[in-house]
Design a protein around this ligand. Sequence first.
Ligand code: BF8
Ligand code: SF4
Length: 628
Amino acid sequence: MDHQDTQKGNISIQPDTLALKEKARQEGLETVWDRFDAQQPQCGFCDLGLSCRICVMGPCRIDPFGEGPQRGICGADADIMVARNLARMVAAGAASHSDHGRDLVETLLAVAEGKAPGYKLTDLEKLSRVAAEFGVAADLPPAAQAKELALALMEEYGIKKGYLQFTKRLPAARLERWQKLGIAPRGIDWEISEMLHRTHMGVDNDAVNILLQALRAALADGWGGSMIATEVSDILFGTPQPIASQVNIGVLKPDQVNILLHGHSPLVSEMVAQAAQDPALLKRAKDLGAQGINLAGLCCTGNEVLMRKGIPMAGNHLVQELALVTGAVEAMVVDYQCIMPSLPDLAACYHTLFFTTYDKAKFPKARHLSFSPENGAALGREVVSQAVENFARRDLKRVSIPAAPQAQVTGFSIEAIVAALGGSPGPLLDAVKAGQIRGAVGVVGCNNPKIPQDYGHVNLTKALIAADILVLDTGCAAVAHAKAGFKEPQAAELAGPGLKAVCQALGIPPVLHMGSCVDNTRIINLCAVLAGALGVDLDMLPVAAAAPEWYSEKAVTIACYAVASGIYTVLGVAPPVLGSAAVTDLLLNGLEAHLGAKFAVEPDPGKAAALIISHVEGKRRALGLDAR
Ligand code: BF8
Ligand code: SF4
């Protein structure tokens, strides 16, 4: 199924999406699919990576058929152009998640200094554990530990001597490979900024050399900025533990004040969640005729508060506009990333208030409340208070919540998985060795209107669990899986006999939610733990990753750090590299000799599953485990 199906109107496999898209059509409201259609045909040069607007001698294009120009005005050929474009995507993706991590570190410091009312140090055990990795003395009181840790984490962003601290979590063999290739990550900002420098006109003109730095920038995110985001979020708000919740647009309540939490960071949403429990605000909501204050998440902010608080999930990337079309949302509060610029206009078609909270992520027509660690708690209260007052303005004639919520269990941090296994990863390894579980695959990433929403995620994952492969998920993929019912313990019935028996014995679903997109670092950390326990490098493990419906620069970065970490990665959408045979060959083949892993591109979820299953069985064989 390719994007032509989408153009024929096959936009989603989800009934709630289809019903609300129809409501939008009836009300004359434009959504992402209308704009997608209006953009057809999309630019073939850009699709192949063969256009460049890095400087204003250009823009330039290269003719893929060999008849027109084969070089840009500066002399860049197809290989240079494609490599530079991909590398800049990686740099932007790494910058996004790593800057999110920086916001957490800034707040950690403010909390340690007693300047952030409403926030606290929640997981002291993790604080000590991570602080110890940075050489912080164990006998300091928590606030002092947090301060030293925050200052040490800030240094990870700058010019470091040596390599990022979290890379020490890896087997030595992996670090040695990186050092040999010159891709062991130094400072986080250093790698991102060097990537931009090297892709300026006339700097690095060797496609392979450019791509190696792209891998290093991606590793600076995966084993740096994103990992910092995950660890510090756990320290501040608690490490997730299994918790029951719900998913799909049916989590909005017709008789309550509905507030949607959208974006990526937990810093604002945690404060909104605190304020929503304030007795005075709850009383005011009741006085205005609402039965309560209902919070629901979208995208990765939704994943953050779902994992830690069980706040239900309204939907993933392609639902963000339609959630407003329910007419039942009093307020949407956003932080940053993946927030469609169309939202404020759509909110204005209803009574919905649209709040922006970061000075680095403003939207015209939004109500802007400027967040800082110092004022976060007050800001949360302000959002909830305005949302409550807005309940009276809801137009009941335009309300439609076309689905009943689906149950899910979430909250599978590594700590929670190890606890479910009885305190050590041993039983998981035993099940893998015995062949009951063949391997594990991270199915992650976005929605993309080129693919019917959730078709890729749900069908790939269904095939993997049926083949006794444990699926770990994050981001928008996780929402798709939950809506399909894969995150209920009863979903064990959908798994092959081996995985089913393990899930039933432990009372867990066959698809484990590990969090938001920065929490892909939980997956690579888990791989490092398993590799360490087996005494092998990560590329020896029977594991893989897949991003069936990815759209964003961040997803390219994640895929790059997965492959550089030794994890075979299958993409459902081709990145814009096919204009260079050399770059394409490097990604699909050449990397493997150096990193033990490579990319594949396969839009058909059935065929992607076959590739992954054969990879997992091949790795089992190489480890001397039974293979099918
Ligand atoms: O960081 S999966 S659409 S929401 S980029 Fe965005 Fe993609 Fe969703 Fe989360 Ni991740
Ligand atoms: Fe054209 Fe080269 Fe400038 Fe790119 S950098 S726009 S290829 S002249």
